[in-house]
Design a protein. Sequence first.
Length: 268
Amino acid sequence: RKRDYEGFLCSLLLPVESRTSAFALRAFNMYPFQIKDSITQKMTGLMRMQFWRDAVEDIYSDNPPHQPVATELWRAVKRHNLTKMWFTKIIDEREKNLDDRAYRNIQELETYAENTQSALLYLTLETLGVRDIHADHAASHIGKAQGIVTCLRATPYHCTRRKVFLPMDICMLHGVSQEDFIRGKQEKNVRDVIYDIASQAHIHLEHARSFSKKVPVKAYPAFFCTVALDDYLYNMRKVDFNIFHPSLQKKSTLLPLYLYIRSWKKTY
């Protein structure tokens, strides 16, 4: 609820038999995700990642560590026969990301998103009892969109710490330096960078929806995170892709309502 509010709201809309497991997955995901921002030395981060790598091994050996999230995760794995590979991918990708450097290109950001956000969606689908190629295809694109949007949303915060992780190829294309972002510049070429990156997220969402008729309706609750993505991209357009606009930093008070409407309409 505190660290992943949107994920928390989305999980509330899952069927009762999946909800507790989804909370455990979201809680697990937050641990490796937060490590990068909570350390000053890479070695500390590697040690924490190793804890979770060992925890996953122990969970699948029926010997979970005495840690609340690990215990719930073990229950979820037993209940839904979750695939171990997705947990490993999330940890491995977060570990690679400890290097604290910008993505070289949009494809590198998409790979990171696929192995973290999409992997989390694959696991969520498994809690719903959905193992379907079309649902997985949709999860892949939605996860990539979510990874891109997460990178954009975190940009103002990272800039206050003199860090910029936006794809370098798009920045170079528009002649924008990392320093331009750190100084909070709002010139057209800076906004063009944001437009190009946001457009890629939009393309992934549209692609995921283009074959929604082939996706089992049972899978839809896993994809309600698209509501928050649509909301952010819409607000971004309203402020002409000014990533530093204060309105983009506020929590959407109408999000619970939008989520409820989407779940009622049974679309993603």
